[in-house]
Design a protein around this ligand. Structure first.
Ligand code: FES
Length: 121
């Protein structure tokens, strides 16, 4: 394993992402609310650039006390990465597909030292 410097923390503003290429491997580094996540930019569905998709809060059913469906709403505590090719959604926290846990983005560890971000490959 090796560490690759991605840049300074402030190079990726909150809500932003950067794509880097290391040894023919594209990796997306995503900043969300102070946390950094790194995934291989390769969707396990058909190879789309998953990390370049939008990120959005999970959509959950809104059910009342009588268990009646009231509609849907966003759950901002669970963010998803949406692959731009066919819309498969992966949890930002762990890269697991929200419909099929067998599908997952390859995750890399991100560490911060002296204001710089490093991805362990
Ligand atoms: S390649 Fe990502 S959803 Fe199809």
């Amino acid at each position: 394993m090796s560490e690759v410097c991605v840049g300074r923390r402030e190079d990726i503003p909150d809500g932003g992402a950067c794509i880097l290429e290391v040894d023919n491997l594209e990796i997306g580094v995503i900043h969300h609310e102070g946390q950094f996540y790194a995934y291989r930019n390769l969707c396990p569905h058909q190879g789309g650039p998953a990390c370049e998709g939008v990120r959005m809060a999970a959509v959950v059913d809104d059910v009342d006390a009588q268990n009646l469906f009231q509609g849907q709403k966003f759950n901002s505590s669970e963010m998803h990465i949406v692959c731009p090719w066919h819309g498969y959604e992966y949890r930002l926290s762990d890269g697991v597909n929200v419909c099929d846990a067998r599908l997952r983005l390859k995750k890399f560890e991100v560490t911060e030292r002296d204001g710089h971000l490093y991805v362990t490959i």
